[in-house]
Design a protein around this ligand. Structure first.
Ligand SMILES: Nc1ncnc2c1ncn2[C@@H]1O[C@H](COP(=O)(O)OP(=O)(O)OP(=O)(O)O)[C@@H](O)[C@H]1O
Length: 345
């Protein structure tokens, strides 16, 4: 999947007074000029603080939201232009799994009925072959055969998440987009569901976009990681590079803020300070400049583009930061603070 210049805004409801005053409608800038590529069979983790646009990106990729502009290519398909049967076919190939599958499971349908319905609607199996496929799917996600006859409320959170995964797999997708898949579960159950996803990804050759704010899970599961800040991708790298040699000051701060019990793994980078700016009022230039310990004058006026700064690991390491642009000429007095901070994983 190739994503180019993806931008998405949400209109903010105006008060009667501001409409009467003729004030222009305001917009939440949820995604700004996002560039990203996902290779077939890889797991790409997407991380960032709450409100940075991770869910909006996931939902826009499966066309739950319409993008304002940009391009998404999946194989040969122009995803944003798909309509009707072509869109339904794409949604079968690229499936989203949500944090709370319970809300999307009909409480009066047994798990077997839920899975058979998925198989029927998309004509994945003839009726006589559906029971066998239901059993295959249950086995695939580690649920017992008897689960087919039970109702969703009879299962724990982790088991429901397995049902949600089974329902997605019923349609034989090529790509799964998992939005905060396990954040509502207990830590011990989180590990089980994440390990299941890892196993399925390897066994079925799935491409996975794993949206999460838990860096440990992302590190465990992903081949590459994209870091988002206020609707922009600020760094993309192999998991190894991201966690051992993070380049963007925001990534460094994000990793520094992640809790660790091991003193040898604590980082030298300053933890992130200050409030996340409102997406209604994104800072000019680099969106991170208001919290960045290295910001200089160019950061105020020019939005840094994502560029490759190192070829190591998979698709190389890309960073959107003027510190890594040779053409930048930072103010002399600040030069001393421009050495990227080394972070010990
Ligand atoms: N349907 C919507 N209508 C209006 N604004 C929205 C809508 N969905 C998201 N937003 C806004 O877009 C921005 C990005 O939100 P999004 O949910 O994508 O972030 P996120 O990184 O997934 O956050 P979280 O981890 O809390 O889910 C936020 O400012 C949010 O308030």
């Amino acid at each position: 999947m190739e994503i180019h210049g993806l931008t998405k805004t949400f209109p903010v409801r105006q008060s009667l007074l501001s409409r009467w005053r003729g004030q222009p409608a305001r917009k939440v800038q949820a995604l700004t000029d996002v560039h990203l590529s996902v290779q077939r069979g890889e797991t790409l983790g997407i991380v960032g603080e709450s409100g940075c646009g991770k869910s909006t990106l996931a939902r826009t990729l499966v066309r739950l939201y319409d993008a304002d502009s940009g391009e998404v290519r999946y194989e040969q398909l122009d995803v944003l232009g798909l309509r009707g049967a072509a869109l339904r076919q794409y949604n079968r190939r690229v499936q989203m799994i949500f944090q709370d599958p319970y809300s999307s499971l009909n409480p009066r349908m047994t798990v077997g009925q839920v899975l058979r319905e998925a198989l029927s609607v998309h004509k994945m199996r003839p009726p006589e072959a559906q029971d066998a496929r239901v059993q295959e799917l249950l086995a695939l996600v580690g649920l017992p055969p008897q689960a087919a006859g039970r109702l969703p409320h009879e299962f724990s959170g982790g088991q429901r998440q397995r049902i949600g995964i089974a329902r997605a797999l019923a349609l034989e997708p090529e790509c799964l987009i998992a939005d905060e898949l396990v954040s509502a579960l207990d830590v011990s159950v989180q590990a089980q569901v994440v390990n299941l996803l890892l196993e399925l990804q390897e066994r079925l050759g799935l491409t996975v976009l794993f949206v999460a704010h838990d860096l440990r899970l992302v590190r465990h599961l992903s081949h590459r990681v994209a870091v988002m800040y206020l609707g922009r991708v600020v760094e993309v790298a192999s998991t190894e590079a991201m966690f051992t040699q993070p380049k963007h000051p925001y990534t460094q701060a994000l990793l520094a803020a992640a809790p660790t019990l091991d003193p040898s793994r604590r980082t030298a980078a300053p933890a992130i300070t200050g409030e996340l700016p409102s997406p209604l009022n994104v800072p000019s230039g680099c969106a991170f400049r208001t919290r960045c310990p290295h910001a200089f004058d160019r950061c105020v006026v020019e939005r840094p583009a994502l560029r490759t700064v190192s070829q190591e690991g998979g698709g190389g390491q890309e960073v959107a930061c003027h510190l890594y642009d040779r053409a930048s000429e930072p103010t002399a007095g600040l030069t001393a603070s421009l050495q990227p901070v080394q972070v010990t994983p």
